[in-house]
Design a protein around this ligand. Structure first.
Ligand code: NAD
Ligand code: ZN
Length: 345
């Protein structure tokens, strides 16, 4: 194996990321070394590229970025069992401790000591990634590397979509970013009746309609209540998934939900925002915050659904070799793309 590898790292406190050669990481007894084949660019990586306030507060300079990946196992730590060199895999990028009450109860995704690869710890935008064997998720042959590279955001979508029973329900998704679009596909796959997805960006809504059998609504020009009437829904939506981080979208969701409706909220508002709590109380709405993926139940369900016909491939709109990473980030920053995948081979 070579000793040096390419990485994409945050080496200066300014806009951008830089190709930075690093030594291939040494692994510990409980880790594996993964040879990265494909990676996905996430909204989080755009924050880090832009070096906004959140990124400057959170990300250590020098960090190798990236957390969405697929590859194959190149080396096993001496305690690792049940995995093999050459095995194709993706993996959970949230590193957890085994100390907290939540972890010891098996609720790993609720561990308060969670650290993220590519945010707090060395990431996956590299030819090799050192990852605890616990975090590795083997890939079946039916899931190729580019789908493997977007299982992290698909997992966000699946975790949100499976938060509430959707069978026969009418579902509103606010925000047709890659995650909202994949959540729409999942909602249809598991048997929702109507799935309406809103955005103010027409390119995104067109992509949503291409990926999933959904009703796209551009709330910049269209009245959501008219759409509700057209679909012959009597009271409103049973379940909402907030995937925009936008205050107006959340307000609109609360207005258009049935009495006793349920909201799963993945979108991250930029700061504090005013909420009309009395509407939530009088409508008896349940609101659930969703973070990351359930470790590893979301992974299990997601892979099972991909094996039984869930098709989200068209959400990948752009593919670039790693040496053209700047083009990939520019496409993402322009705000109309779906997922952008970088090829490390
Ligand atoms: P994205 O930014 O690509 O998409 C958000 C979409 O919302 C955009 O297309 C935007 O045009 C749209 N939007 C803006 N205003 C709107 C409005 N008033 N009504 C409807 N849509 C509106 O984001 P993404 O990568 O798909 O991620 C979705 C959200 O989830 C983001 O807020 C992201 O920060 C968050 N996120 C959360 C977690 C978590 O663990 N909780 C993980 C990943 C992403
Ligand atoms: Zn991500």
């Amino acid at each position: 194996m070579q000793n040096q590898m390419k990485t994409l790292a945050k080496i200066k406190p300014e806009v951008g990321l830089w190709l930075d050669p690093r030594p291939v990481p040494d692994i510990g007894p409980d880790d594996v070394l993964i040879r990265i084949r494909k990676t996905g660019i996430c909204g989080t990586d755009i924050h880090i590229w832009n070096w906004d306030d959140w990124a400057a507060r959170t990300v250590p300079l020098g960090l190798v970025t990236g957390h969405e990946f697929a590859g194959e196992i190149a080396e096993l730590g001496r305690n690792v069992t049940g995995l093999a060199i050459g095995q194709r895999c993706s993996g959970e990028g949230h590193l957890i401790s085994n100390q907290s009450r939540q972890s010891r109860a098996g609720k790993f995704h609720l561990d308060p000591a969670t650290r993220g690869i590519g945010v707090n710890e060395q990431g996956a935008f590299a030819q090799y990634l050192c990852l605890p064997a616990f975090n590795v998720v083997p890939l079946p042959d039916e899931i190729d590397d580019e789908i493997g590279a977007i299982l992290d955001p698909l997992g966000n979508a699946v975790h949100t979509a499976l938060s509430f029973d959707l069978v026969g329900e009418d579902v509103l998704i606010t925000g047709a970013g890659p995650i909202g679009i994949m959540a729409a596909a999942v909602a249809r796959h598991v048997g929702a009746r109507h799935v309406v997805i809103t955005d103010v960006n027409q390119d995104r809504l067109d992509l949503a309609a291409l990926v999933a059998d959904v009703v796209p609504v551009n709330v910049a020009h269209q009245d959501l209540r008219e759409v509700v009437a057209r679909l012959k829904m009597k009271q409103g939506f049973d379940v909402g998934m907030e995937m925009s981080g936008n205050q107006a979208a959340l307000d609109q969701m609360i207005e258009n939900l049935v009495m006793g409706g349920r909201i799963a909220m993945l979108g991250i508002p930029p700061g504090k925002s005013p909420v009309d709590w009395s509407r939530i109380v009088f409508k008896a709405i349940t609101l659930k915050g969703v973070y990351g993926r359930e470790i590893f139940e979301t992974w299990y369900k997601m892979i099972a659904m991909l094996e039984n016909g869930l098709d989200i491939r068209r959400v990948i709109t752009h593919r670039f070799p790693i040496d053209q990473f700047r083009d990939g980030f520019e496409v993402m920053r322009a705000g109309s793309s779906g997922k952008v995948v970088l090829d490390w081979d």
